[in-house]
Design a protein around this ligand. Structure first.
Ligand code: AMP
Ligand code: MG
Length: 287
């Protein structure tokens, strides 16, 4: 199988979101089971991938705790409302140990956060060595919502792309592997999902009347997303666009991207600093 990352990576300056069908399913393996029941196939795959992720995560954690590895992973998720960020977080976090996962959601900055530059709160939320971080929204909101709503003047947000690239290059040099995923849904799929939220009392908490105002700005957001992913897809930290109208594909794709990143890092259990045989002999002889 070719690397899914190759298929979904944003080619800087060349990726048009309008040219990516949110219902498409690039990179699926040639597997008869997909055609008969794609959802069942995806559940099984995601479960198997989850076992690999859990094994990788444990080695990543051990290598930092007992060794001197600084490796860590950060999955960044961005999407329009109802794009499936929460579902993707649940999917990839499921198999891993909660102790080694740092999942963080970013909302409108607090008063304290607003007194600092836009990357301040991001710095503070980065996963420590050996951990897997998941960002539900991120510093990219500062070139998305901040741009669309002109929360800051154009000369401020337009400089942020370079600032983000410099920031992410520094992190990459410090052994942080960042996987940036835009979950790409269609406007009609969003309408369906917003309606489903309104029709289900247990989902009302996820809805906000402001969501409709954001939806009205759909085209502005698509332009802002397109610029963001094109200008900030670098060798230090690539953007991947995951077609996300089909949840079963989205879950498989995000889990697969994460697994591929882990495979590159290939974390190993650290070498122990004690003599295992001697320790064992002492323990056996002990009362
Ligand atoms: P939700 O993810 O649905 O809980 O909504 C979070 C809200 O926070 C979204 O409307 C985002 O646009 C908003 N948000 C996140 N980051 C920022 C930011 N840096 N500046 C302004 N609004 C933000
Ligand atoms: Mg929301």
């Amino acid at each position: 199988m070719t690397d899914l990352r190759d298929l979904l990576a944003v080619r800087p300056g060349k990726t048009s979101l309008a040219g990516i069908d949110p219902r498409s399913t690039p990179g699926l393996p040639d597997d008869q089971a997909i055609r008969s029941d794609p959802k069942e196939w995806s559940r099984n795959q995601v479960e198997a991938i989850g076992r690999d992720l859990a094994a990788y995560q444990e080695r990543l954690f051990a290598a930092a705790k007992e060794g001197d590895s600084r490796e860590r992973i950060l999955l960044v998720l961005q999407a329009m409302d109802c794009g499936g960020k929460d579902g993707a977080v649940r999917t990839v976090a499921r198999g891993m140990s909660p102790a080694g996962i740092n999942a963080v959601s970013f909302g409108p900055p607090t008063e304290e956060e607003r007194r600092h530059d836009f990357l301040w709160r991001i710095h503070r939320a980065l996963p420590p060595a050996g951990n897997v971080g998941i960002f539900n929204r991120s510093h990219y909101e500062d070139v998305l919502v901040a741009r669309v709503h002109e929360l800051v003047p154009k000369d401020v947000w337009s400089q942020r792309y370079d600032q983000i690239n410099a920031f992410e290059a520094e992190l990459a040099a410090d052994r942080l592997t960042m996987i940036k995923v835009m979950l790409h849904i269609s406007k009609s799929e969003q309408k369906k999902r917003l309606l489903a939220r309104l029709d289900d009392p247990t989902k009302h908490w996820k809805y906000s009347p402001g969501d409709l105002a954001e939806r009205a700005l759909w085209d502005d957001y698509q332009r802002a997303y397109e610029d963001g992913v094109n200008r900030c897809s670098t060798t230090a930290a690539m953007w991947y666009v995951v077609p996300a109208d089909r949840k079963w594909y989205r879950n498989w794709a995000v889990a697969t991207l994460l697994k591929e990143a882990f495979a590159d890092i290939d974390p190993r259990y650290p070498k122990v600093s004690f003599d295992v045989a001697a320790e064992r002999a002492k323990l056996v002889a002990a009362p």
